[in-house]
Ligand binder design. Structure first.
Ligand code: AHR
Length: 333
């Protein structure tokens, strides 16, 4: 009888020991073989058609890859992204990925991720550290070459306008202030125009990558140009959404977008192809948001112990209006 009780007590104690050991393991985030990889992803927001396609690509690809995705939308605020990354660190996720809304201001939180031993992947946008080498704080950066996109927009424009001596007045709708695409696209565009002194950017302001802001800023460009007796020949918009907003402003001002004002923008979203087919936009330079599959593959490689390339550049093209109708059915975003 006593012997039976002793055996029962020993069995219960052993079971409790196993349970306690199990709890300790998961508190430390130790991944057990067969466990799902946990990815914390901090998205900028939903400011554009591009961004929505990017979020969908990440969510669908995580599901397909069997990766447990913790997705957080920062509503275009850096402080929200920092909070999300800190919460991922606390939750001891396996990998953190994020698309940084602006280039700077990540030092502290990335040092925390590094101290916690959690690898960080940058998607879409680059960062700069105020001290030290940014590359020491992430395992890979995947996304477009924004400087090249700016160059492509300018090269297309110069080839299309075929004006070597006459002045060409350009207005520019910039993306979010301090963001990598706004800085780089501006630089790439200006780099090409340096070789064409008759092309001048006469007004340049941020439209924050949104349609509403793009429309509002274009309205003010049109008003001030009229008051100053200037003619606007070209609009360069850092993304399609701002160009689409600006198209409305141009039409409301009684002008023909795509004819009275030549428009080149960046992204290649379906909305831009529709605007080109309607004759209201002249060219879109592609910037692909479909980074999901590549991201999941990189995460799996990382967990398998492989070293990732520090920079993975997305391959992209340029789509002028005359190919829009043929291309639209092939567009995936
Ligand atoms: O970082 C990519 C840019 O961000 C896209 O051009 C824009 O549409 C988005 O919001």
């Amino acid at each position: 009888m006593f012997k039976g009780i002793r055996i029962a007590v020993a069995l219960v104690s052993a079971a409790m020991l196993i349970l306690v050991a199990g709890c300790g393991g998961s508190e430390q985030g130790a991944a057990k073989p067969g466990d799902k990889i946990v990815l914390g992803f901090s998205q900028i927001g939903a400011e554009s058609e591009w961004r929505t396609a990017n979020s969908e690509s990440i969510k669908a690809s995580a599901k397909e890859a069997g990766i447990d995705l913790k997705f957080s939308d920062a509503q275009q605020k850096q402080e929200n992204q920092i909070k999300a990354i800190r919460s991922f660190i606390q939750q001891k996720v396996d990998v953190i990925a994020f698309s940084p809304v602006v280039e700077t201001g990540w030092d502290a939180v990335l040092q925390e991720a590094k101290a916690a031993g959690i690898p960080v992947i940058l998607t879409d946008r680059a960062i700069k550290m105020s001290s030290g080498n940014a590359e020491d704080y992430y395992v890979t950066f995947m996304g477009s070459d924004f400087v090249e996109e700016g160059r492509r927009a300018a090269n297309w424009l110069v080839g299309f306008m075929k004006k070597d001596n006459e002045p060409v007045n350009i207005v520019e709708l910039q993306g979010t202030v301090g963001s990598a695409p706004a800085i780089d696209r501006k630089n790439g565009f200006e780099e090409i125009l340096k070789g064409h002194s008759n092309y001048k950017v006469i007004k340049s302001q941020t439209g924050d990558f949104t349609r509403a802001k793009g429309k509002e800023v274009m309205e003010s460009f049109l008003k001030s140009a009229k008051a100053e007796g200037q003619k606007i020949d070209v609009l360069f918009a850092h993304n399609d959404d701002m160009a689409i907003g600006a198209i409305q402003a141009i039409e409301e001002a009684g002008l023909k977008p795509g004819k009275d004002i030549i428009i080149v923008s960046i992204d290649g979203v379906k909305g831009a192809f529709e605007a080109m087919i309607a004759g209201k936009l002249n060219c879109t330079v592609e910037c692909s948001p479909l980074l999901g599959a590549q991201l999941m593959e990189a995460i799996k490689d990382l967990k398998a112990g492989k070293t990732l390339n520090k920079r993975i550049v997305t391959k992209e093209g340029v789509f002028p209006a005359d190919v829009a109708a043929k291309e639209l059915p092939n567009r995936k975003y």
